[in-house]
Design a protein around this ligand. Structure first.
Ligand code: ATP
Ligand code: MG
Length: 366
């Protein structure tokens, strides 16, 4: 049996396509949802294949378009034929575990690494022969960024701004990044969170349209992470496009308009948070604590709720959509079922990732 990977750009909702079997040439009609990977069997020769319904977004609004991009290091395929686009003005999260290929991809877009194959367009321009023109429009915060230890925050920003033709007003950046009270402090004496904020500030010195942030909050405590999130969110409010790589699902959930999940060099799903959860997430679960009535389980089952007993006197109900919570509540009241409290648990990206790969996002790659 052969597994065929076919890929095409479909519509953002339901897409219809005819694909050709590479073994016998049979034309096979197939439909699917953007981001879905569907298994197909050729009706003539029974070859088994997979069709990836890549998300096709309005190209007119595209800040970055990546087509069929790959990078190999000897036998290692770091990035394997990835295609995606980033819309102007959005926060695009490239989410994946350690070693997934995030930095390799982003550094090819930043012209730091040379692709093995594929094309990259930034603001409609192919970067291959035009990077000098493009570099004025982008700002970069590299992974594990470090700056000059003995420069103050202000000196650091002044130094980096002189590398570009177009320069932002440094005073504005200092205020926007909330660095005013730290402007005279040496970089080496700043906390981790402040160093990252300086890193984001440096990426703004040429007043770029697109900002690449590679793991901007790794190693930060929760408070510092939230402060950096606020800074990133402010960039979107100022009309910037942000390409964010992260292995923190909460970061993608909190910030991103669009999320592409990368695993072992391939994009395995993409869409908005609600798209991804709807397509791949678990059902919403209601935990009803300390139910007083002995016949509550039977009564709810009679009404066709997917209900089970958990723990000592608690019930768990799985619902297709969070709108159904009200139906459950009214049934509890109607049947005079007493309980202590209700917890509602929605699916998250961790579950989406687990469902797609069988692994946890936070686990180290083997
Ligand atoms: N210069 C290189 N030479 C050989 N292999 C490399 C090189 N750079 C990256 N790789 C390999 O390519 C794969 C992808 O690495 P990459 O750094 O892009 O992952 P990542 O998703 O950014 O991971 P992390 O979350 O740890 O930063 C890994 O298996 C890595 O070991
Ligand atoms: Mg990386």
């Amino acid at each position: 049996m052969r597994i065929i990977m076919l890929s095409y750009l479909g519509g953002i909702q339901m897409a219809f396509k005819e694909v050709q079997c590479p073994t016998c040439g049979e034309i096979i009609p197939i439909s699917g949802i953007s981001g879905e990977v569907k298994k197909i069997i050729c009706p003539r020769c029974k070859t088994i294949g997979k069709v990836t319904f890549t998300v096709n977004r309005n190209m007119e609004d595209s800040a970055i378009t990546v087509s069929n991009l790959s990078k190999t290091y000897g036998n290692i395929i770091a990035v394997n034929k990835v295609s995606f686009s980033v819309k102007k003005g959005e926060i695009f999260a490239f989410l994946g575990p350690n070693g997934a290929g995030k930095t390799t991809t982003v550094e090819m877009i930043e012209f730091i690494r040379t692709p093995t194959e594929g094309d990259i367009k930034i603001l409609g321009v192919n970067i291959k022969n035009n990077f000098n023109q493009i570099k004025e429009h982008i700002g970069i915060l590299p992974q594990e960024f470090k700056s000059f230890e003995r420069f103050t925050v202000r000196e650091t920003l002044t130094y980096f701004s002189q590398l570009y033709k177009k320069q932002s007003n440094i005073e504005e950046i200092i205020d926007a990044m909330d660095l005013r009270s730290h402007e005279k402090i040496l970089y080496r004496n700043l906390s981790g969170g402040l160093k990252q904020r300086v890193g984001v500030a440096i990426s703004l010195v040429n007043d770029p349209d697109i900002i690449f942030l590679d793991e901007p909050t790794t190693g930060l405590d929760p408070k510092a992470r939230r402060e950096v999130w606020q800074v990133i969110s402010n960039l979107r409010n100022r009309g910037k496009t942000v390409f964010l790589t992260t292995h923190y699902m909460e970061e993608a959930e909190h910030l991103a308009d669009h999320i592409a999940i990368i695993h072992k060099g391939k994009i395995i799903a993409e869409g908005s948070l609600s798209n991804l959860i709807e397509q791949y997430g678990e059902k919403t679960t209601l935990y009803i604590k300390n139910v007083q009535n002995n016949d509550a389980l039977e009564k709810l089952r009679e009404k066709r709720f997917n209900v089970n007993k958990v723990g000592n006197g608690d019930l768990m109900i799985k619902i297709d959509h969070h709108d159904k919570v009200l139906e459950v509540l009214s049934e509890l009241r109607h049947e005079c079922i007493d309980y202590e409290s209700i917890d509602i648990r929605r699916s998250n990206l961790e579950e989406v990732f687990l469902r797609l790969t069988g692994a946890r996002l936070t686990e180290e790659e083997p």
